[in-house]
Design a protein around this ligand. Structure first.
Ligand SMILES: O=C(O)CCC(=O)C(=O)O
Ligand SMILES: [Fe+2]
Length: 327
């Protein structure tokens, strides 16, 4: 995509490239200030054609990721009453805490999610409204410190990645900065038991969905089970790759780019015979940031497909559809 308006002759138009494999982009040049042209063009291709990619060279230590997985395993191993004591419904508008099996269904009406999850977010003193407020913590030594360190590492990773995204759209590298002075960042931990027997869409780990917000940075353990829908409408596997995160575009980025960058459907099916744990971090803008299609993503062939919406309202609409306790 270029800031200059280009009108291709019909004979020069091509279908978006398909994918049956998810690309890996190295972010280290963006971090170090070296020539980052290759990283930026890799991002542009991946986001326009796939919507999902792996990133390496992100600068987050394996040890921190491993400690956070260990914290998640300890949390989900607690007795139900300890987990229910920090249930998400007790956090009011903050919508943070524990969600039991069946408490959130991402593809409601089709799939009952076979997962339990726990959410924490960034907290801004004095800021009120949906998604704002305090976290609830389990009584596990070191849990809070580890999780807060991980959330900060995810914020750093997201900021770096968004600089690359801005460059890939021929925007100023700091384009997202003013929209992210108090970002709604949710760090989630998920536990998926393994399934056996007759399995259909009525119950899988997480039903087919696109994510909420700008993007998601996901660490998965070594179990596997994440699947992504490609342009041929085939589900492809996104297997774990050590040392990487999976990053996927969410609905707000699709809106901002007027569908140039796409939010893919994805789901989890765990039939490994092992418990699966994952750590998705949902990255969003300030609640009051208004998102509408970028002028350079609109032309005669691609008229504006979306009106303006605040990031907070967008997120709230999606939560209301998925969380049983909000209905
Ligand atoms: O657990 C995973 O690998 C994916 C989780 C996910 O898609 C989500 O929580 O939105
Ligand atoms: Fe997701």
């Amino acid at each position: 995509m270029s800031a200059e308006i280009v009108h291709l002759d019909d004979r020069l138009k091509a279908e978006r490239q398909d994918f049956d494999r998810i690309p890996i982009v190295d972010l280290s040049a963006l971090r170090s200030g070296e020539d980052h042209a290759e990283a930026v063009s890799g991002l542009r291709w991946a986001l326009a054609n796939v919507g999902f990619l792996y990133v390496k060279g992100h600068g987050v230590s394996d040890a921190l990721v491993e400690r956070t997985f260990e914290a998640a395993r300890q949390l989900f191993a607690l007795p139900d009453e300890e987990k229910m004591a920090i249930h998400i419904s007790k956090s009011g508008e903050a919508l943070r805490g524990y969600t039991e099996f069946g408490g959130e269904n991402t593809n409601p009406g089709i799939t009952r999610d076979l997962k339990e999850n726990f959410d924490v977010g960034l907290t801004y003193p004095g800021l009120t409204g949906p998604f704002q407020g305090e976290n609830q913590w389990p009584a596990l030594p070191g849990f809070r410190e580890t999780t807060e360190a991980y959330l900060q590492a995810m914020l750093d990773t997201a900021v770096l990645f968004l600089e690359g995204v801005a460059l890939s759209l021929d925007l100023d590298r700091d384009f997202f900065k003013p929209k992210m002075t108090q970002p709604m960042m949710i760090q989630r931990m998920i536990h998926y038991p393994s399934q056996a027997g007759q399995i259909d869409e009525s119950s899988i780990g997480i039903g087919a969905h696109t994510d909420y917000g700008l993007l998601t940075v996901l660490a998965q353990d070594n179990v596997g089970g994440l699947q992504v829908l490609n342009r041929k409408m085939q589900w492809v596997e996104a297997p774990p790759i050590p040392g990487t995160f999976v990053i996927n575009i969410s609905d707000l980025m699709q809106r901002l780019t007027n569908d140039t960058y796409l939010a893919n459907l994805h789901r989890v099916v765990n039939v490994s015979g092992r418990q699966r744990y994952s750590l998705p971090c949902f990255v969003d803008c300030n609640a009051d940031a208004v998102i509408e299609p970028l002028p350079q993503c609109i032309d005669g062939d691609h008229p504006s497909a979306y009106g303006p919406i605040s990031a907070g309202q967008n997120k709230l609409n999606r939560y209301a559809a998925s969380f049983a306790h909000l209905n």
